[in-house]
Design a protein around this ligand. Structure first.
Ligand SMILES: [Zn+2]
Length: 537
């Protein structure tokens, strides 16, 4: 009987102790000592329980999350659940910041939910106790200071990442398809030779006329693994976890487009495209393009600049691919009406394909170019024209007795002679400067008078101006001939690929032709004017 009475009067308080690792611990100790920090917290809290007779340990909750921002704290969640379910009367911590550094969480639990559930919060190091009403202000101040600390840490991490990105260091743990993170330096990308070949194929396929869908179909048809399946097969950790069986993941139109537009393949690193909303809200937010951090030539390129640019231009030019096959038509984006300059729309009948002026739609038919042109007829005309162009090129070269090497050497020689001239001008300038120096010494030594010195200096300054102007104009000339040299080399490259063509493909059309203009049909002669604007003369 006596015993019963004493239990009732001494009311037992069921205590849950909460421990959490903190990044402050990291500064002080080694990684292996993490457990030490938890142990210390536990000692402190258990000593308090032993000191207070009414306290009884119910459970221990221990999280290893370092941030304290409440991102992932399973034990914290369990503690809260147990509080709500009435299993706990007192939550005991080393400090309020171990419980949370987030002001909102402090407010939500310490000053709201815990009161509602009849739970008391005690933290030892900062003397917080929700049973003590006068204590509230200091708990709120603690909370604020803790939150500032968290914000500082978050900003520091952000600026450390930004600095790394600005130095061209790769900061993501996941490399894009075609690359892998170097094992020696995890801020560097190296080429994954197998995936790189697939990337190259994708660029080539696009230039031969296949669209995004067409390429995806082609790769899937050949059972070539898509990026996530490939990574999975190689045992690389994935950043997105999908529920679908891996084997079922296929190339998508989007994956192809992403690859074809990614400047990473040029050897440039573009980072900082996304950010989190804040240190508390971990939602991902897209950043404005001008805020992206782009550093050029940070790693080996997989695609050369010429190919990449061709693809970007083609992407802008191409109209929608034919849906069923995913193939873009041969002259897509290139054919226009000579009369009204509208583009020529593709039209299919049961037997043939046609192109017709788009200025002739229902409702507005002000173009005189009424009759359609058959697609295969245009194909023949263009094939002929290209073959003529090729023949002319070879004939001309024979006529001038210039092989392609000699022709481009013309500009190369010109550039060499200009560089020689520039060198001479530079020599003159340095001579002048040396002379000036000796004049100055003469003046100092009293060999010439100040007046003589001034006169001579004016002369030599004039001289230097003349030479530096000369250098400027030579530089301009060199730049001009370099462009010429490059264009001529390029044309040679195009021509050397083709002799006499039997068939057209999108790659050839794109290489030779800028635009095609179709004139109206002359009904008497049954002919029409077709003008081709070439990419080069
Ligand atoms: Zn027209």
């Amino acid at each position: 009987m006596n015993e019963m009475e004493s239990v009732e009067s001494k009311k037992v308080l069921r205590v849950g102790i909460y421990e959490r690792l903190s990044d402050e611990d990291k500064d002080k100790v080694n990684k292996e000592d993490d457990s030490e920090s938890i142990k210390n917290q536990r000692h402190l809290l258990m000593a308090e329980i032993n000191k207070r007779e009414e306290f009884v340990l119910v459970d221990e909750y221990c999280d290893e999350d370092l941030s304290g921002a409440g991102t992932y704290r399973p034990e914290f969640e369990r503690l809260i659940r147990d509080c709500e379910n009435g299993k706990i009367d007192v939550v005991l911590c080393k400090s309020q910041s171990r419980f949370s550094r987030d002001m909102e969480i402090i407010e939500k639990y310490l000053h709201n939910k815990f009161i509602e559930w009849g739970v008391r919060f005690i933290s030892l190091a900062d003397n917080a106790d929700t049973a003590n009403k006068g204590n509230k202000k200091s708990r709120q101040i603690n909370g604020l200071v803790n939150e500032w600390y968290l914000e500082d840490v978050s900003n520091n991490i952000r600026s450390a990442f930004n600095a790394k990105m600005k130095q061209g260091e790769f900061i993501s743990p996941f490399a894009s398809f075609g690359y892998e993170v170097s094992k020696e330096d995890n801020n560097k990308l190296i080429v994954d030779p197998v995936a790189a070949e697939i990337v190259k194929d994708i660029f080539d396929l696009y230039l031969t006329g296949l669209g995004f869908t067409g390429i995806a179909k082609y790769l899937n048809g050949k059972n070539i693994p898509c990026p996530s399946l490939y990574k999975y097969q190689k045992g690389i950790k994935l950043n997105v976890i999908s529920n679908r069986p891996r084997e079922k993941i296929k190339w998508s139109t989007n994956a192809i487009k992403t690859i074809l537009t990614n400047e990473l393949y040029l050897g440039h690193l573009i980072q900082g495209k996304r950010t989190t909303v804040s240190y508390k809200n971990h939602k991902i937010k897209q950043k404005d393009k001008k805020e992206w951090i782009k550093i050029e030539n940070t790693h080996e390129a997989i695609i050369d600049e010429e190919t990449f640019n061709k693809v970007q231009v083609a992407m802008k030019e191409r109209t929608k691919p034919v849906k069923a096959t995913g193939v873009v038509h041969l002259f897509s984006g290139k054919v226009f009406c000579l009369e009204c300059k509208h583009y020529m729309r593709k039209k299919n009948s049961s037997r043939h394909e046609y192109l017709v002026c788009s200025g002739n739609r229902d409702g507005y038919d002000d173009c005189i170019n009424k009759s359609a042109i058959r697609y295969d007829a245009l194909e023949n005309v263009v094939l002929d024209a290209i073959n003529k162009k090729i023949k002319k090129y070879y004939d001309q070269n024979e006529l001038n007795n210039l092989d392609s090497k000699k022709k481009s050497n013309r500009f190369t020689d010109k550039i060499k002679s200009l560089e020689k001239q520039k060198e001479n001008a530079e020599k003159e300038i340095s001579k002048t400067r040396n002379y000036l120096k000796s004049l100055y010494e003469d003046k100092v030594n009293g060999i010439i008078t100040v007046e003589q010195f001034k006169d001579l200096i004016t002369d030599y300054n004039k001289n230097e101006d003349i030479y530096s102007n000369q250098i400027k104009s030579i530089n301009n000339e060199i730049a001009y001939y370099k462009v010429k040299e490059e264009t001529s080399k390029n044309n040679d490259k195009i021509f050397s690929k083709y002799q006499n063509l039997n068939e057209l493909n999108k790659l050839i059309v794109d290489e030779f032709i800028d635009k095609i203009y179709i004139g109206k049909l002359n009904e008497e002669t049954n002919t029409r004017d077709i003008q081709i604007k070439w990419n080069f003369e």
